[in-house]
Ligand binder design. Structure first.
Ligand code: ATP
Length: 256
């Protein structure tokens, strides 16, 4: 990857037209993500995290400002940006391997080899021919991740991908995702409600404020991987993020 693949968000604002009038959701967001970085986004409910992710994915192109990947403006969905939703969105009538291949043919030896490699990356060997109804939530989410990775995205956008899973499965999938990130060096942008998850995964945690959504603070996480949640370094960063959250909450109470 070269620096030409930097994601640049400049003066980004977003307004929704609702029957009761305009709702200003995002206000003047400015940040940059380097190729290969892992960014997590946290913030109060409704602050615009999913809206921001959809704009970066090219799924919502009605915004003010500029969002570019390398030299290209993001104005439509494309293979450069992969998207993982909270719910896996697999095709119930297709097997695991066919869900991963989706519109690509498994008869193509190159696709076949890549799908086989990805099944091993997301640790689903033995389940190639299983149907989604036979999989747990965590397994289904791993299929969705493999499907996105098959397209070799430059950026993987993950919208609360582990939110619906139990704590044990969530911790396991966080490690699977870190392995994938360290192998592929895909840029990752992950939205979460879980402060520990945000710190465990990221190079930088982007904290948002609400009404309208804006960046409150970006906290760097200079801890080596694999991280230990019980370490003093981890706890110190947790404290910093919590303090920022309390500040956001306090300001919202004052403004009400
Ligand atoms: N398609 C839409 N039309 C109108 N308003 C919308 C639309 N999508 C989102 N909104 C509004 O924009 C605001 C931000 O929504 P968004 O889903 O981006 O927040 P969020 O931070 O991801 O929330 P949560 O953490 O609860 O998932 C909310 O007030 C929501 O009601």
């Amino acid at each position: 990857m070269t620096t030409s693949n930097v994601l640049q968000v400049s003066s980004l604002s977003k307004t929704f037209e609702k029957p009761q009038g305009k709702v200003h959701v995002l206000a003047d967001l400015n940040f940059q993500v380097e190729p290969g970085e892992f960014i997590t986004i946290i913030g109060p409910s409704g602050c615009g995290k999913s809206t921001l992710l959809k704009i970066i994915a090219g799924l919502d192109v009605h915004y003010q400002g500029s969002v570019t990947l390398g030299h290209a403006k993001i104005d439509k969905p494309g293979r450069r940006q992969g998207f993982i939703f909270q719910e896996h969105r697999l095709f119930p009538w297709l097997t695991v391997e066919k869900n991963i291949a989706a519109d690509l043919s498994l008869k193509d030896p190159e696709v076949r080899a890549k799908v086989d490699a990805l099944i091993s990356t997301v640790r689903l060997q033995g389940f190639e021919n299983a149907y989604p109804r036979e999989l747990s939530g965590g397994m289904s989410q791993r299929v969705a991740i493999a499907r996105a990775l098959l397209r070799n995205p430059e950026i993987l956008l993950l919208d609360e991908p582990f939110g619906a899973l139990d704590a044990f499965t969530r911790n396991h999938l966080q490690n699977v995702l870190l392995d994938i990130w360290q192998q592929n060096k895909t840029t990752m942008i992950l939205v979460t409600h879980d402060i520990d998850e945000s710190i465990y995964l990221a190079n930088r945690v982007l904290i948002m404020d609400a009404k309208p959504g804006r960046i409150s603070r970006i906290v760097p996480v200079d801890l080596p991987y694999p991280r230990k949640r019980s370490s003093s370094g981890f706890q110190a960063i947790r404290q910093k993020v919590m303090q920022e959250f309390e500040q956001v909450e306090h300001m919202r109470r004052v403004e009400r």
